[in-house]
Design a binder for this molecule. Structure first.
Ligand code: SF4
Ligand code: SF4
Length: 329
């Protein structure tokens, strides 16, 4: 289902935000995100942090309400917010080598609902301002969307299939990250979970890229060689001595330079065709102030990740082969 055949998708440029949505836009989200800033800095708490921590909190509450009106969505997200109990750290440590512990950890995560696993050192720039992470490693878990369900986005009161798949993947991330934390603690090491969709101390996309789970796409989301843009993330930080796994360059960044699929499909025309300077890094960036009104009204939208050619299972292998040739791999 694409923009031509999905009756819930307005054409690019035809969308106008409701006045009650516009009334909640208190300040520019692009400023909070550091667009135009040339010096690196930690990200500021924003959407999906507790509403009192940022000026868009009231809009975030409306976004949740709209999402939960879709059939099945409340139950799907309830599962994402159901946190299993965490165990204390065992007194005895598994003293295996970093290589062995890394192999055991990856194998455990893949056996407990993760669809991909990456490991990287914690960089202070991954940690939101006002928060602290003391553990040196971050494990990022990839949770793959069901493409047949994802392509139904956006959701509304008549069809909640797409947003329910979002909730289901976050629920997998919660269960998987908590299971992994408990396994690490059982081996005598410290570990803490960072599942979505609520944000906590850890920004997930930057470590996911460093850990080799994918590249940043023009739509501001991760593109994985295995799942395309149809992927959600959860994190685990730990002091278990591990081996880094990334990064992985397969040509998504180069492909985005000429692809226009998401820019054309985005109803509020929020996806910029060129990279921009954001907190000291030249990168793809979505205009927050344009995206978020539609995102709020359309139950978390998701059109850009569903429409991305890398997300289509039958297209992805051809793109990988083409880009491997172009990159001389
Ligand atoms: S999520 Fe935002 S950027 Fe993506 S298609 Fe929807 S409105 Fe556009
Ligand atoms: S739709 Fe095209 S431009 Fe947008 S993220 Fe996917 S590959 Fe990149």
């Amino acid at each position: 289902m694409n923009n031509q055949t999905n009756p819930r998708r307005p054409r690019r440029g035809s969308y106008r935000p409701k006045s009650e949505t516009l009334a909640l836009l208190k300040t520019s989200g692009n400023t909070i995100n550091g667009v135009g800033e040339t010096k690196p800095r930690r990200p500021s708490p924003f959407f999906w942090h507790p509403p009192h921590q940022h000026p868009w909190g009231a809009l975030q509450i409306v976004a949740r309400e709209n999402s939960r009106k879709c059939p099945g969505s409340a139950e799907a997200f309830q599962a994402a917010y159901t946190y299993p109990e965490l165990i204390p750290i065992a007194d005895t440590r598994n003293e295996a080598t970093g290589e062995q512990l890394t192999a055991e950890l990856i194998s455990f995560a893949l056996a407990h609902e993760a669809d991909g696993v990456g490991i990287t050192a914690v960089d202070p720039l991954y940690v939101f301002e006002g928060y602290a992470i003391t553990e040196p490693w971050v494990v990022v878990l990839a949770l793959a969307h069901n493409y047949e369900r994802l392509k139904e986005v956006p959701s509304d009161e008549t069809n909640g299939v797409g947003v329910c798949d979002v909730g289901d993947q976050y629920a997998k991330g919660t269960r998987s990250s908590y299971a992994l934390v408990n396994w690490i603690r059982s081996q005598g090491y410290s570990a803490n979970p960072y599942p979505g969709p609520s944000a906590n101390a850890l920004a997930l996309i930057p470590p996911a890229i460093a850990a080799g789970l994918g590249e940043l796409g023009k739509h501001g989301s991760l593109i994985s060689r295995y799942f395309g843009s149809g992927v959600r993330l959860a994190g685990v930080t730990t002091d278990m001595p591990l081996i880094a796994t990334g990064p992985d360059r397969f040509g998504a960044d180069e492909f985005c330079a000429t692809c226009q699929v998401c820019t054309t499909a985005c109803p509020p025309a929020a996806i910029a065709p060129q990279k921009q300077m954001v907190r000291g890094v030249e990168r793809w960036y979505v205009d927050f102030d344009k995206c978020i009104p539609y995102f709020v009204e359309a139950a978390s939208c998701g059109i850009c990740i569903a429409e991305c050619p890398w997300t289509r299972p039958e297209v992805r292998p051809k793109l990988l082969a083409t880009m491997a040739r172009r990159l001389g791999q």
